[in-house]
Unconditional design. Structure first.
Length: 220
């Protein structure tokens, strides 16, 4: 195995073919440097273990690092596709552990897997894109109204706290209306509207952009 530019040439496969799996992995690991691609090395080591039928070992040692995608959702899908025997809940939990402080960014992955309770818990732990939450509230108002209300309330929470990129009044109204639409289906519009009102009226929120947008609608 040798390095050519930023790529790892998989000469180690020859070693692996001779039942020298661990030797091949140790050699690949020894090539780590500022000039080598960690992703390529992880992928080679993962492939060696998978080709040996050591699926759980491959997952534990390299499965997450070797399958990182351009987004959190892409990473979740990549790992899940490579290791279909792993429960989605387990894969998600393992991925979340790798990014402490970014739990909210795994919301879309949890939602994609139908793990709605986990999705809301993650989005409530650290900031999550309000627009993503608002879209989830709108798209699930009919099929998963309880989840939709939870996602909408979190969207409003993060908006009122000042989070979000290039937020406009349209974004605020979209989150509010999506939340109430889902609440209507649960017969809890008055209760949810009261929760939003309390959120907007909180002393630390009054001067926030989102709070000002909603103040008139809520009689504040």
């Amino acid at each position: 195995m040798r390095i050519e530019g930023d790529r790892v040439d998989v000469g180690g496969r020859a070693l692996a073919a001779k039942s020298q799996k661990e030797e091949a992995i140790r050699y690949a690991e020894s090539l780590r440097s500022p000039w080598a691609s960690d992703h390529d090395i992880d992928s080679v080591c993962e492939e060696i273990l998978l080709s040996s039928g050591l699926i759980d070992d491959a997952y534990a040692r390299y499965g997450i690092r070797a399958n990182r995608g351009g987004t959190y959702l892409a990473t979740f899908r990549g790992v899940s596709k490579k290791y279909p025997h792993k429960a989605a809940r387990e894969v998600l939990a393992d991925l979340v552990k790798t990014t402490p402080g970014d739990e909210g960014k795994w919301f879309a992955a949890a939602k994609d897997a139908g793990l709605y309770e986990e999705a809301l818990l993650l989005a409530g732990r650290t900031p999550c894109d309000p627009k993503t939450l608002s879209t989830a509230a709108r798209d699930h108002a009919v099929t998963e109204p309880a989840f939709a209300v939870g996602a909408g309330m979190l969207a409003l929470q993060w908006l009122v706290m000042g989070y979000g990129y290039e937020i406009t009044s349209v974004d605020v109204w979209d989150a509010y209306r999506a939340t109430l639409s889902a609440a209507d289906r649960l017969g809890s519009s008055a209760e949810v509207k009261g929760r939003v009102r309390n959120m907007v009226a909180a002393e630390n929120a009054r001067d926030r952009f989102a709070a000002k947008v909603l103040a008139g609608e809520l009689g504040l």
